[in-house]
Design a protein around this ligand. Structure first.
Ligand code: SF4
Ligand code: SF4
Length: 449
């Protein structure tokens, strides 16, 4: 199906499989709608006064334009390579974020730090199972509460690499709340080129309300000082993660405001702004996702008038997908390109599912642990194709080849990893539409009709 996007009296024909789009006039809009409604061709020809040959040619052209790319990005990674291993070295956290999905760091279990011997077993088993691991993500709770665990991972991987036991130096990353940034930690980040993501919901009043210390005290100023400390000797953090919630709306802080704020405080840096995922009853839950939809035009206007290139991950993902079209059969990497290990050595498709019995794969200490067993246990994730799943809303959605999604968020909101919350879907479709219009305006359009 071709999707017709409309803004005032402008129309764009969007081809969901090839991700191409063309500005069309009203007649062409009517023609495409008639063809798609199943109206007999002789009626269409008579109604629009066109020949049968012209109509047949047009239908052929439209089908050609919508041919899907035969390129599925995920399949670039062979089975003997694991894109990302996430190790939950700490089940503990020193903050009490209002919206924490991980139950303040501990997921469903008691607080604990991962035993060093278990970290070693995890690394050994995974490096034995896979010829290459591209990324090791040091995760938590708050991972930097476990300095020894973090240090062990950095040093162990470096030793394996320098001794020639692994062919490529695995990239280490970590996601931290940024409150613990001792000189020893900074030294490790510097020495082992760790990529750091820090969560910051700034401006200060909003951040301090949503991400306080356990005793209720604000964390904003501490984090900002730590970022300065880190940034003085490294090029980190690589990314700032913002959870946009109702408090931002209540205080009239738009997504563009956040980007400006981060730019002012931290200079140019990748920013991931995501809507808070929460039960509608919670006071911080977003009433709607309009701020994200409006951000597309606001950022576009800002960038054109100031010659800057502000953006955030969701928006850049859409732009990137349109630029380099590919077929997206999965929501995300969980269980396919990502495997997660809990502090106790349990293996899950993603950290979002830790301690959810339904998603448990196996124990890292299981003598049967191997690549083959893991591939077998994650078969349902690897074989899933949302474009063929008639129960999934994605199979008929025009945004399917653009939209990623998070199976964890799906699960916690709809109880089904393959069904996204409606709010998110509406937001993503509206954002896509706006991005397509903006691209047509800035690139000039190919008129088809
Ligand atoms: S917008 Fe929703 S239905 Fe459409 S592809 Fe994305 S997750 Fe699926
Ligand atoms: S479930 Fe969510 S957090 Fe996990 S890989 Fe998918 S998108 Fe990422």
């Amino acid at each position: 199906m071709i999707e017709i996007f409309q803004e005032d009296d402008e129309f764009i024909a969007f081809f969901p499989k090839s991700l191409r789009s063309f500005k069309i006039n009203k007649d062409m809009k009517i023609l495409i709608e008639l063809i798609q409604s199943g109206e007999p061709t002789y009626n269409i020809c008579e109604f629009l006064d066109i020949s049968q040959e012209d109509l047949s040619q047009l239908i052929f052209d439209l089908k050609q334009i919508n041919l899907p790319p035969d390129f599925d990005k995920r399949r670039e990674i062979p089975d003997n390579v694991l894109k990302r291993l996430s190790i939950n070295i700490s089940n503990d956290c020193n903050l009490k974020c209002t919206y924490c999905y991980a139950n303040f760091g501990c997921y469903g279990a008691a607080n604990n730090l991962m035993d060093l011997e278990l970290i070693k077993v995890t690394l050994d088993k995974f490096f034995e199972a896979f010829d290459e691991i591209l990324i090791i993500q040091v995760f938590g709770g708050e991972p930097l509460l476990h300095y020894e665990g973090f240090k062990f991972i950095c040093e162990y991987i470096e030793t394996k690499y320098t001794q020639g036991k692994i062919k490529y130096r695995t990239q280490i990353t970590t996601v931290t709340n940024g409150t613990i940034m001792t000189s020893k930690i900074i030294e490790l980040i510097k020495k082992y080129h760790v990529l750091v993501t820090i969560s910051l919901d700034g401006p200060e009043e909003i951040h301090d309300k949503s991400r306080p210390f356990l005793n209720g005290q604000g964390t904003f100023s501490k984090i900002l000082k730590n970022i300065e400390k880190l940034n003085a000797v490294t090029n980190q953090p690589a990314q700032i993660e913002v959870t946009y919630n109702q408090e931002h709306i209540n205080r009239n802080v738009s997504i563009l405001d956040i980007l400006k704020f981060i730019e002012e405080k931290l200079k140019h840096i990748s920013v991931h702004i995501a809507p808070v995922s929460a039960d509608k009853k919670e006071c911080f839950a977003l009433e709607n996702r309009n701020a994200f939809v409006e951000s597309v035009d606001e950022i576009n206007r800002h960038n054109s008038s100031t010659n800057s290139n502000f953006g955030y991950v969701i928006l850049e993902d859409i732009q990137e997908s349109l630029k380099y079209p590919h077929t997206r059969i999965n929501f995300c990497d969980a269980g396919i390109d990502l495997i997660s290990v809990s502090t106790t050595g349990e293996v899950y498709p993603c950290y979002m599912f830790i301690d959810e019995p339904e998603f448990y794969l196996m124990d890292i200490k299981d003598p049967l642990f191997s690549r083959e067993t893991l591939l077998m246990k994650t078969k349902s994730y690897r074989n899933y194709n949302r474009l063929n799943d008639l129960n999934s809303k994605c199979s008929t959605c025009f945004a399917a080849n653009v939209c990623g999604g998070c199976m964890g968020i799906n699960y916690y909101n709809t109880n089904d990893i393959h069904i996204s919350p409606s709010d998110d879907c509406t937001m993503k479709r509206k954002m896509l539409k706006k991005v397509v219009f903006n691209l047509q305006k800035s690139n000039g359009s190919v008129n088809y009709g």
